[in-house]
Design a protein around this ligand. Structure first.
Ligand code: UD1
Length: 429
């Protein structure tokens, strides 16, 4: 198992290029199942979750090839199986996104039911309720969702909670259903919108993208297209917070600053000087410590839960105390215990973490538990004194492209070691 070894305490300076958004690429890869024509996807990030999805599609019979200028071409004219096994779904919950398109185009799907995960229970009841309302016959047995439908029918779906992948699964089903579907209380995340844009290019008829009410008129077939994935706002936010914590100055390139409005507002409140232009965010801390900020996570356009752990790390070294409340995944606090081991003063109160900022964290061996929690431990390591060893790096590789290279270019001392050369601290007397 790989580890990241970080020697903290160096302010970050320089430029970092942001990759395509994982959470847009995953549903768009699932969308390719809706047509037998080639779909070329540009700006796909090189991440473990993408490799997992490509493996899953290939097992079903997809042909996936890398084209010039990093485009991925997916052709689904020979699907032989509509099956997503437990082994795939347990490593990546987003595998559930094949359910809607398989059902819509092939009339059947067998997908392992995802379990809970390190960030708490994550049910898919709203995905299933919506598909049933569209006429699917769904049984959950032996840990699998078995779904059949001769033809899905458009339906009025009022989601009782805002769900990102639930909205996406239902969109992916509704585009080929008979008649019109309305999805109320739909997720407005930019990644949902990006999926919608790709589907429209494929010939889907969707109104209301980016709003909480989507109206989708089903069509008989969808066509091939070419689509460029939007930039990863969470990756961008993670680098910005790293610069904040180390008192540095960075330029984040190939980003759409508007995607990060809620995050930038908080970072400005924490003392950052931020200038944005079309594809760039320039953040300066000029050697200052950030000020602690209160946060409450919420669906987009609110503050993203996927940035909660990183902001918790920032508050650990900020001036003052603050409260961060998690309203999307109320148990998403596995990082708190690890941050405490690095000297953070954090206290839990229900789904709120209350921080009392300390001037200095100390390096420690820490264990990554999920994707964003791992990122927050890397950030803490970058500002801590001494050496931090982050174990279970595979969590980070699910969502951050070449993280150690990008941080090294910004001046951090960070390296990856493989299991064979695992780091053992040198004993000093
Ligand atoms: C997606 C993102 C993830 C992000 C999350 C919230 C992907 C691949 N992942 O996850 O990075 O943290 O959105 O922005 O895009 N819920 C139900 N029933 C359901 C579905 C969801 O109760 O059927 C609840 C969940 O438990 C959670 C809330 O709704 O409390 C939001 O979850 P959801 O938006 O579905 O998260 P994901 O799509 O799994």
């Amino acid at each position: 198992m790989n580890q990241l070894i970080i020697e903290g305490g160096r302010p970050l300076h320089g430029e970092v290029r942001i990759s395509g958004a994982k959470n847009a690429a995953l549903p768009i890869l699932a969308a390719t199942l809706l047509t037998d024509q080639p779909v070329v996807i540009q700006n796909v990030p090189h991440l473990q979750d993408i490799t997992t999805t490509i493996t899953l599609l290939s097992q079903m019979g997809s042909s996936v090839t890398m084209k010039e200028s990093m485009g991925l071409e997916v052709v689904n004219n020979n699907i032989k199986s509509c099956f997503a096994p437990y082994d795939m779904v347990k490593t990546m919950r987003a595998s559930i996104l094949v359910l809607g398109p398989l059902l819509a185009r092939y009339g059947q799907a067998e997908v392992s039911l995802p379990g809970g995960c390190a960030i708490g229970p994550r049910p898919v009841n709203l995905h299933l309720q919506g598909l049933k309302k569209m006429g699917a016959d769904i049984q959950v047995e032996n840990g699998y969702i078995r779904a059949h439908a001769r033809k899905l029918n458009g339906a009025h779906l009022n989601l009782e909670m805002v769900t990102v992948s639930g909205t996406e699964n239902l969109m992916l089903a509704a585009v080929l259903a008979r008649g019109t579907s309305v999805i109320e209380n739909a997720a407005r995340e930019p990644e949902v919108e990006d999926l919608g844009r790709c589907l429209i290019r494929m010939g889907a008829r969707i109104d209301g993208l980016g709003t909480a009410r989507l109206e989708i008129a089903g069509v008989d077939e969808l066509l091939g297209t070419e689509h460029h994935i939007l930039p990863d706002r969470i990756e961008a936010g993670t680098y910005l917070v790293a610069a904040m914590m180390t008192g540095g100055e960075i330029k984040v390139r190939d980003i759409q600053p508007g995607l990060l409005d809620a995050v930038l507002e908080r970072l400005r409140e924490a003392g950052a000087i931020i200038d944005c232009s079309e594809n760039l965010i320039h953040l300066r801390m000029e050697g200052r410590r950030p000020l602690a900020v209160d946060i409450r996570t919420a669906p987009y356009p609110g503050f993203p839960t996927d940035m909660q752990a990183q902001l918790t790390a920032m508050n650990c070294v900020a001036i003052g105390s603050a409260a961060i409340t998690e309203d999307v995944f109320v148990h998403r606090f596995m990082h708190v215990q690890e941050l405490r081991r690095m000297g953070a003063e954090l206290r839990m109160d229900g789904s709120t973490v209350i921080s009392n900022g300390v001037p200095q964290l100390t390096g420690a061996p820490v264990m990554a538990t999920d994707l964003r929690a791992s990122a927050c431990l890397v950030l803490a390591g970058l500002v801590a004194s001494g050496t931090t060893v982050v174990d279970r790096v595979y969590h980070i590789d699910r969502g951050y492209e070449t993280i150690e290279e990008k941080f090294t270019r910004l001046g951090a001392r960070i390296r990856r070691v493989s299991a064979s050369e695992e780091y053992t601290p040198v004993a000093t007397d």
